[in-house]
Design a protein around this ligand. Sequence first.
Ligand code: HEC
Length: 337
Amino acid sequence: MAPQVPAAFPGIIDPDLDDSDDNGYAEVQGRVINPPFSFGSGGVELVGKEMTQDLQAQKALAEANPSTSVDLESKGVSFGSISHDGVGFNFSQVEGIGPDLVVRPFGRTGCCATVREFDTGAMQFHHGIQPVEVVGAGVDADGDGVADELLEGELSAMHIFQVSLERPRQKKVSKQTPQERAGSDVFNDIGCADCHVREFVTNSKHLTLSLPEVMEDPSANVYFSINLTRSAPGFRRSGSGVVVPLFADLKLHDMGPDLTEETGNSLFQTARLWGIADTAPYLHDGRALTLGEAISEHGGEAQANADAFDALSAADHDALIAFLKTLRTPRSPNKNL
Ligand code: HEC
């Protein structure tokens, strides 16, 4: 029997891993996650770390000035406000970030502040490999007869490799067709750029790596620094920093009931749209096969934008899609490592 694709990925309640139903595929019970690529992650990590530093300073300001509401803002993105009553913080007005005020760009649901934090979890969860920095040196924590499964230096090398990958490319504005340029305007007009912020400029062009990592203080325990303007990452310089054209705000948004996971979670990191032309399928679980489907399926905080998209004239609709298709992944990744 030819394998069939399940009608809907999530919501499988009757696991059948060995296919005893003989329908050609294994039903699994679990989260279906469509992982984003790692290209340009050095720029993403740097933007996130600089935002975290701003937010931590604002948090400290609130603590030093009890009963004063302090705006949480970094690089033009608002995360609400915070206050302190002399005993504890009031987080009720904080938006789009957890109470530790650490920006976590990695993972669809914003699990991780750095590539290393993500890799440390992924090694254990996906590969059954226990990093020394988690279980300790010489410890066989999973009782499989192997200690020191992944050394600190090995994780550092992985981190350096991933944050050194090329950034995605966008067709230069001067080379875009009139339709693509019109689509760029539509993108602004119907509010896509409110969450999919086109670019950030960093203060520094150097991404620093730390061990051990202190998420609230990215300046602690630095052991290595990468110049993101050099090959391979190749970010464009701006002042003392670099331009990171990621098309996201590094915030969590409530995407409404249709995109809610089986776990009940409806909060997702704004997907970075750089490279989007080459990365179908779309959304956190890969349910959308086309860009148009991905946009129409926005709900919750982006419901009005999805409605505006669905109401576009055919010409504006096609222009917007043509504009999104100017966002490409690197042509020859790893060439200049
Ligand atoms: C309120 C914030 C918000 C607004 C406004 C918004 N988006 Fe999104 N967008 C998101 C989030 C969050 C996701 C990730 C959802 C998920 O993972 O399921 C996303 C995902 C996407 C994706 C899929 C990307 C991928 O890799 O999976 C596309 C394409 C997209 N948005 C385009 C648009 C366009 C075009 C508009 C304007 C009509 C728009 N978005 C408006 C927050 C927003």
